[in-house]
Ligand binder design. Sequence first.
Ligand code: ADP
Ligand code: MG
Length: 240
Amino acid sequence: MSQDTRQDNNGIVVKVVGLKKTYFLDHVAVPAIKEVNLEIPKGSFVSITGASGSGKTTFMNILGCLDKPTEGEYFLQGTDVSSFTPDRLAEIRNERIGFIFQNFNLLARTSAMENIELPLVYSGTSRHERVKKALELLEMMGLKGFEKHFPQQLSGGQQQRVAIARALVNSPSIILADEPTGNLDTKTSYEIMHVLKKLNEEMGVTIILVTHEHDIAAYAQRIITFRDGLIVSDTVNHEK
Ligand SMILES: Nc1ncnc2c1ncn2[C@@H]1O[C@H](COP(=O)(O)OP(=O)(O)O)[C@@H](O)[C@H]1O
Ligand SMILES: [Mg+2]
């Protein structure tokens, strides 16, 4: 990181103000996010839920610096990233955000260890340090002995654990997970949710998770529901 622009910002890691996102298809405006205002404190575990087409993925793409809002501001640890150039967004993304996807998104011809190391390669970490960190996380995910396995040689749950280790390796400010259990059976889904919950509770990792499944959303402390590009409810989860 060239310059440390992180601020304490009263413990708010994500702040979104008047956020709007409109797609244009053949000159027809598709308002995916109509207006969203939101603050997420550090150490939170938040679920974002809502029907298909309600704007969840669009919102996560903006939080993940994969896309920019049409209007409004997004402060990540106090830095307004909404006006950043694509290059600076990519930099911020690699430094501060860990991603977990429905399809795991691991590199196919790359071992579990090398997949986990990858974000550290981009950030220019020494090989010695990379191996040390990757091994530590691999073991933490219960995958000792699977260092050299390729994704295809691992079960869905194991692949998602590798992806979680990869998401953690840069010590990101936030972990974003879009339907992380979407390709897993029920038992494995709950196992993965336990892993995420433990990371949040024991290590204070901030997690923002998208799911359309109620029992998955229920692992979080806070549940935000989207409908037609708006937040229609934002509640503390008493079930937890
Ligand atoms: N790249 C895109 N171009 C045009 N419209 C899009 C694009 N991505 C999403 N949309 C539209 O934006 C709305 C919200 O989509 P999305 O964020 O994917 O919702 P969700 O993840 O909740 O299913 C939908 O109406 C969808 O069709
Ligand atoms: Mg989606």
